[in-house]
Design a protein around this ligand. Sequence first.
Ligand SMILES: Nc1ncnc2c1ncn2[C@@H]1O[C@H](COP(=O)(O)OP(=O)(O)OP(=O)(O)O)[C@@H](O)[C@H]1O
Ligand SMILES: [Mg+2]
Length: 330
Amino acid sequence: MEESLKDTLIGFLDFLKEGLIVIDQNKNIQYMNRYAKDLLNVKNPEGKRFSQVVKNNYLYSLISADIKNELKEEIIIDDDIFLAKVLNINGKKVIHFQDITPFEIYKQAKKDFVSNVSHELKTPITVLKGVIETLENEDKMEVIKGFLKKAKKRIHQMDSLINDLLILAKLESKEEKIQKKKVKLRGVVNQIIDDLQHIASEKSVKVKNSVYSDFTVFVDEKKFSILLKNLIENAIKYNKQGGLVSVTAEQKDRYVLIAVSDTGIGIPKESLPLIFERFYRVDKSRSRNVGGTGLGLSIVKHIAEAHNGKVEVESQIGKGSKFIVKLPVE
Ligand SMILES: Nc1ncnc2c1ncn2[C@@H]1O[C@H](COP(=O)(O)OP(=O)(O)OP(=O)(O)O)[C@@H](O)[C@H]1O
Ligand SMILES: [Mg+2]
C-alpha cells in the first residue's frame, strides 16, 4: 500500500468513536487509536507490553484467550458496557471495542415499559374475565347490575391507560406541533375543577381557583389543560379527607409560575427525583387504593418541556405538596 494512503487511513482511525488496538505475538502493543488511548488513559503505548500499559482485566483476558478467527464479548471499561471483538490476523491480534451503554439502557427501558404495560392491562382483563364467567350463570338483575358496574370501572381503567400511552407516544415522537395561543387561565382551571368535581366530593376536598380573571398564558390550550388536569387530580387523589387544593398563577422575572398546592400526604424526599418517571408510583401500597398507573407526571413533564418550561416540586410528608410549572414569558 502506498505510504501516503497508509497515513490517511491511520489518520482516519483517530477519528473513530470506537477503540482499536493491535498487538503482536509477544503481546506488545503495535498500535492504538486515539479513542483507545483516551479511554484507557495511556500515552505512547507503542512497543510496550500490553499488561504494563492497559489496566483492564477484561481486555487482558480477551487478548490472552486462544483465538482462531474471531471472539466477541461484552466487557466493562470505566462502568460502561462495551462490545469487544478480537480478531486473529496473521498471528497479530486486533481488538475493536465500542460503547453500547446507551443501547443497553434503551433496551432495558423498552423491556421495563412493555412489562409495565402488560402488567397494567392484565389486572383489569382478569377481572373482566371473571365478571363475564359469573354473568353467564346469573339471572338476578341486581347481581348482574353490580357486576356490570365492576366491568365498567375496569374498562374505564384500561381506556385511560391507553389514552395516556397515546398522549405520551405523540409527545415523545413530537409528531404533533405545539399550537400556542393566548389563553385565559382562570377559565381553563374552572373547567378542570368542574370535570374533577366528582372525585373531589368523594374526599370532601375543596379546590380553590385563585388565578386572577385577566391572567393570560401563551400555551397550547388542549395540552396545557391535560398538564393542569393531571396536577390537580393528583392534588385531590393524594390529599386527606376534607383537604384543600389551590391553584395560583403569577409572573416573576421572565417566567410565568403556575402552582398547584395541596394539604395532602406529601412525597418522601428520596422519591422526588423519581415521580416524573413513567410508571413510578410512591409506595405501591399507599397508591393502590387510589387508581392510577404512574403516567400522569411524566405527561406533565413532557408537556411543560414542549412549552420550553419545566416543573418543580416541593413537598413535606404529612403536610402537602406544591407543583410549580415554570414557563418562559414569550
Ligand atoms: N400531589 C401529590 N401528593 C402526594 N403524592 C403525589 C402527588 N402527586 C403525585 N404523587 C405521587 O407520585 C406518583 C406519580 O404520580 P403520577 O401522577 O405520575 O401517577 P399516578 O397518579 O399514580 O397515576 P396516573 O397515571 O393516573 O396519574 C403517585 O403515584 C403518587 O405516589
Ligand atoms: Mg396522577
